[in-house]
Design a binder for this molecule. Sequence first.
Ligand code: GLC
Length: 566
Amino acid sequence: MSFTVPFSQPGLQHDPQWYRRAIFYEVMVGAFADSDSDGVGDFQGLIGKLDYLEWLGVDALWLPPFYASPLLDGGYDVADYRSVLPDYGTLDDFRELVTQAHQRNMRIVIDLVVNHTSDQHEWFQQSRTDPHGPYGDYYVWSDTDDLWPDIRIIFSDTEESNWAFDSERRQFYFHRFFSHQPDLNYGNPAVHQEIFDVARYWLDMGVDGFRLDAVPYLYESDEGLGESEPETHDFIRSLRAMMDTDYPGKVLIAEANQRPHEVAEYFGTTEAPECHMAFDFPVMPRVFYALRSQQVASLVDVLSETTEIPHGATWAVFLRNHDELTLEMVSDEERQALYGWYAYDPRMRINEGIRRRLATLLDNSRHELELAKALLLALPGAPFLYYGDEIAMGDNIWLNDRDASRTPMQWTPDRNAGFSTADPGKLYLPVVQSLGYHYSSVNVETALAQSRSFLHFVRQLIHVRRAHPVLGVGDFEMASTPNESVLAFVRTQSSEQCRPGESPQTMLCVFSFAHHPTTATITLGARHAGARLRDVFGGGSFPGVGENAQVTLTMGTQGFYWLAVE
Ligand code: GLC
C-alpha cells in the first residue's frame, strides 16, 4: 500500500494554537503495527504507518502509555516514567518517531499518568519497605481503611474499596483505580517535583503535550469526595505556568470525566489558565442517546451548557477511545436506555459503561457512522479519532476488560490482518474474526480499493474540515428548530480567528437523528437573514435563508449538512 500525500509540508509549522485546528488520532503503540514479528506493535511499526496517517489527514497523535509497566492496566500502571516498554522498542526509536512525525507537521501528545503509579514502581517499593526513608510519604498511607468513606469506587466491577492493605508496611494505601495502582500523595511537595521532572524529561525529548490521565483525583477530602479538589487545580495551574514559560506551544489535555461545569473548570481562566483542552465527556454519551431515541433535547442542553470557555481553550471531542464508553455523566434513565440499546449482552458492559467499538455499537449502519463522524468533526473542539474506527473495525467482547476494543489494527486480508508476521498464537491479542467484521473484509487495503468505503468518506470529511478552519476555531451558536430529531448550529469565525491570508467563514451544520426522511425549519441569528447557503462537499446551492432568518431543509434518513453561510 502506498500513500501519496500531495500537500505534505516539511517540518513543524509554528502555531501556538495548533491544537484548535488539529485532528487528533489515538493510537496504542502495541496495537498498530509490529515491525519485528514478536506479535506486539512497536515504534518502528508506527513510523512505517505515518504515511497512512498523513494521507488520512491526521495532525496529531495521542499515544497512551508506552512506559515500562507490568501491563495490568494497559500501561496506565507505570513502573518507570523514564523508560519505554522493551516490546515497543527503545528510547531512540521513540525519538525517531517524534522526528519523523514532526517532519510531516504532525504532533505527538503522550499520556502523563499523574494520579498513581504501578505498585512495581521503585517509589512504591521504597515507600512500603522504608516508611521513614525519602519515599516514605510518596503515597497515601493510613493505619485504617475508613478515611473518606464516601469517595466512590471507579472500577466497581473489580474493586471493593479504595484502600488496600500492604503486608510489608502493615498499613493501608489509597487507590482510586486498581489495587495495584497506589495513588501518589500530592500533599507531599516532593511528588510535585517528581512529576514536573518527568514532564520536562519528555518535553525535552520533543513531545508536543500531555493528556493528564485521571487528573480530577490527585487530592482527597470528605467535602470534595476526592474529585476536582481546589488543590488539584492549583497543581495544574503551576504545571501549566512551568510549560508556558519553558515550553511554549505545548499543550495539556484534561481527562476529567465530570459534569459539564466541572470539566470546564479544568480550563482555568484567561488570567490563570490550566489545561488547553479537556475531553468532553458529557457530550459523547448523548450523541449515542440521540442516535437511538431520535431526540436531540439532551444533546442541545449539554451543548448549550458547555460553550463558555476561556480564550484559547478548546474541547477535545470524541466518540470512542481505549476505555469503555462511560455512562457516568448521564441520568439513570438515560443510562438504562443506553444499556438496553447498546449493551444488550451483559458481556458488553463494564463498570459504568460499554466496552464496544463505534462500528459495533452502531450495528455497522453506514448512515449512523457517517452522521456520528460528521457531527464529531463539526462540534466545537478538536476531534479525537480512535485507531481502527476509520475502517469501521469490530471488537471482541470475549476478551477481558477493555481489551475488547484494543485488538490489532487491520491492514490487509493477509495473516494477522497484516499487523504482524508472527505466529498468530503469539499476538498480544487476537485479530477480530467475528461475523460481519472479519479482518479479511474489514481492513485498510480493502477499504482503499473501494472508492465509496467508509475510510474514503472519513478522509474526505477530514479534508473538507481542514479546508474550513471555522469548524476548528469558530464560535458556536445553537440554531433552533421545532423538529425534535434535528440538531442545528452555526459556527462563526471572526477575523481575529483567521490566519494571514484567510477570510472568516460561517457554517450552518444540521444533523437529523430521525430514522426516516424529515423536514426542519431552522431559525438562525437575525444577522443571517437573506444569506445564501452552499453545501461545502459538492458546492451545490441550497434554498437561501429567508428575511425572517429561517430556512426549511429536507433531510434523508439520519442525514446531515455542512452549509457555508454566504
Ligand atoms: C484513565 C485511563 C484508563 C485507566 C485509568 C487508570 O482513565 O484512560 O485506561 O485504566 O486511567 O489509570
